[in-house]
Write a protein that binds this ligand. Structure first.
Ligand code: NAD
Length: 241
């Protein structure tokens, strides 16, 4: 498939980690996928197009979505996946550290959702998935800005989901539990995460795989999910059940 018939998907932070799995899955679903990321990551030679983007740069976000629609003639899917963490006790957190996490995890989602949403609303069709976390539903020590922003993403998902539902644009969220990624292994190596204690809290008795997040995203952006609006689906092995 080529040209204007092929669906176009943008995955922020799509060059590495969970975002890369999502990008590959949507590519396998037949879409032209653009990984909008700070780094090229896994994209060279993959067929996934990389475009440099810092999601905190509101003007750059607007320019990128305008350029994509101008180049490809359409925009079908946005996955707001880019996210960062800062670890440390809440009492020691600086305003700069707080602001950085809010800027990427919440403001970045707002900028991209709005810029993509404008094009999708004009076309009367589109699907957006925001990546939140179990940390948006449960507090976890040392992750206050992360939990706060991920809870904010849930609120934004519900607000946009109902505001745009009658106009053909679906907005939903996926909340991963503990997924076996570089971020998880770094947390274990740094002593922030205790693998035994984590497994103890997961009914499925294992970590999740990035592909399992990608599968849920694939479903939510497909026509099979045509009547799913403003929902948050946790993929967490039963952690929050
Ligand atoms: P990761 O750090 O492996 O990858 C994140 C990607 O986002 C990187 O490629 C990075 O370059 C990009 N990125 C960071 N800041 C950016 C910015 N300002 N603009 C554009 N791109 C930026 O992270 P991950 O573990 O794959 O997590 C992906 C998403 O899943 C995040 O939203 C994270 O909060 C969420 N999540 C992850 C887990 C987990 O277990 N790993 C669990 C729950 C939720």
């Amino acid at each position: 498939m080529s040209g204007q018939q092929q669906r176009v998907a943008v995955v922020t932070g799509g060059a590495a980690g969970i975002g890369w799995s999502i990008a590959r899955r949507l590519q396998a679903d037949g879409m032209h996928v653009i990984a909008a990321d700070l780094v090229e990551g896994e994209t060279p030679g993959s067929g996934v197009e990389w475009r440099a983007l810092d999601v905190t740069d509101r003007d750059a976000v607007a320019a990128l979505f305008d350029a994509i629609v101008s180049d490809r003639g359409r925009l079908d899917v946005l996955v707001n996946n880019a996210g960062i963490q800062r670890h440390g006790p809440l009492v020691d957190l600086t305003a700069e550290e707080w602001g950085k996490v809010v800027d990427v995890n919440l403001n970045g989602v707002f900028h991209c959702l709005q810029a993509a949403g404008r094009h999708m609303l004009a076309a009367g069709a589109g699907a957006i998935v925001n990546i939140t976390s179990i940390a948006g539903e449960r507090g976890s020590p040392g992750r206050a800005p992360y939990s706060t922003t991920k809870a904010g993403v849930i609120g934004l998902t519900r607000a946009a989901g109902v505001e745009w539902a009658a106009r053909g644009v679906r907005v939903n969220a996926v909340g991963p539990g503990y997924i076996e990624t570089g971020v998880y292994h770094e947390g274990v190596a740094a002593g922030r995460l205790d693998p035994a204690a984590i497994l103890d809290r997961i009914p499925a008795d294992r970590l999740g795989r990035p592909e399992e997040i990608a599968q849920m995203v694939s479903f939510l952006v497909s026509d099979q999910a045509a009547y799913v609006n403003g929902q948050v689906l946790f993929v967490d092995g039963g952690f929050l059940a």
